[in-house]
Design a protein around this ligand. Structure first.
Ligand SMILES: [Zn+2]
Length: 391
């Protein structure tokens, strides 16, 4: 324990004053390893408190987000799961498949070359052996195209498009969306979720839902004129209700619940089309993945106060990732249990495929600057998380 006192210098020294404030606020937090600290300020009590504060454990969720591997990269992906993830302390792996999976219930929506159910089961087995929770992802509602390429759902079912016939070649838009009010869209989407989640043996599923710009379009006969916050909230509830049937927890990106104009956060990491009001209309058992890549904004605290479990999600700037972790540590140390326990941890994003990221991790030259920077950030963040646990 004494070694922990001095490992991080001033940061832990600052925590030694917590008993002073705790005297007037005795019910503080309940994370494993911490102890409520109403106590008299004797030298012994201060010393004990100093040790306990220094020993505040890392938050429970230490996640990594990657794109699903190609079939050719599957052996490397399995090695990465077995060797790298336990060593680094990763305990949750979000794998973004989108439609890169050989769906058998909806084969028309399978992108060519995606993994089979049997291959995903080998990933799931490796994760179980490594003590890692595997959480598959399909990005739903928005992100149904990228540049000129429309993704498999709207290629196979153009009738689900929120803006059918508009924006040829996807010119002039960021990404297509499906229409959340199309009467058949969820029959298909639910089949996709269930088949992928079953193959992954998952108890949680990430539905994406970030950066939804096309919503309630004036040319959609079903959505025209409807409140965008309610359209968004309804889709969140619909997906969450479906996952609840199989007792799965829903994870999603959090940006549409933030107001981006007056806050200055902008339309990417927050909303400029009025969806932020949805936050009060969705269940609070959804895990919000609060991505911010350039600044450590106080939004995880906002979601925690609002009642949601939340993960801070950095990308390629170590200082931002560590500042986000500092915020998590500060809240988990000082806030009420009701708030502190909702600051669940981190989800390191990479915006890289599992193969390229794993190759760089194992020492090959990074395939591009993004991979190198994400890897550097990942190493810095997880080094600090391990330090919090005395590893
Ligand atoms: Zn619509």
């Amino acid at each position: 324990m004494p070694c922990l006192l001095f490992r991080a210098g001033n940061r832990f020294l600052a925590w030694s004053v917590t008993p002073l404030t705790a005297r007037n606020n005795p019910v503080r937090r309940s994370s494993p390893g911490d102890i409520v600290v109403p106590m008299k300020l004797t030298p012994l009590a201060l010393a004990v408190s100093f040790c306990l504060s220094a020993a505040t454990p890392a938050p429970p969720v230490r996640g990594l987000h990657l794109s699903a591997p190609s079939a050719d990269d599957l052996p490397l992906a399995l090695r990465f799961i077995r060797e790298a993830l336990p060593k680094e302390g990763v305990n949750a792996l979000v794998l973004e498949f989108n439609y890169n999976f050989q769906f058998t219930r909806r084969p028309e929506v399978a992108e060519p070359g995606g993994l089979t159910a049997e291959q995903v089961k080998t990933i799931a087995a490796a994760c179980r052996e490594a003590g890692v929770r595997l959480i598959p992802q399909i990005n739903l509602l928005g992100h149904q195209s990228w540049a000129k390429r429309t993704a498999a759902l709207l290629r196979a079912h153009p009738e689900f498009d929120e803006t059918p016939g508009k924006y040829p070649q996807n010119e002039g838009i960021y990404c297509r969306s499906y229409c959340p009010l199309h009467p058949q869209v969820h029959d298909v989407v639910f089949d996709l979720i269930d088949e992928l989640a079953d193959a992954a043996g998952a108890d949680a599923f990430h539905v994406g839902m970030d950066e939804v710009f096309l919503l309630g379009d004036d040319d959609c006969v079903r959505c025209k004129g409807k409140d965008k916050a309610e359209l968004f909230a309804q889709e969140v509830r619909t997906l969450n209700d479906h996952l609840a049937l199989s007792k799965r927890t829903m994870w999603m990106w959090a940006d549409r619940f933030l107001e981006g104009v007056t806050t200055g956060m902008g339309k990417w990491e927050a909303s400029a089309n009025g969806t932020e009001g949805a936050i009060s209309r969705v269940p609070k058992d959804i895990v919000l993945c609060d991505w911010h890549y350039d600044r450590a904004l106080p939004t995880a605290e906002y979601f925690a106060v609002a009642g949601f479990p939340v993960l801070s999600a950095p990308w390629r700037k170590p200082d931002v990732a560590l500042a986000q972790l500092d915020a998590i540590r500060r809240v988990r140390t000082h806030a009420t249990a009701g708030i502190a326990d909702r600051m669940q941890g981190v989800l390191q994003t990479t915006w890289a495929g599992m193969g390229p990221f794993a190759r760089a991790y194992f020492g090959e030259p990074a395939s591009n600057a993004n991979v190198a920077e994400a890897l550097t950030t990942f190493r810095a963040l997880f080094r600090e998380l391990r330090a919090m646990d005395g590893r």
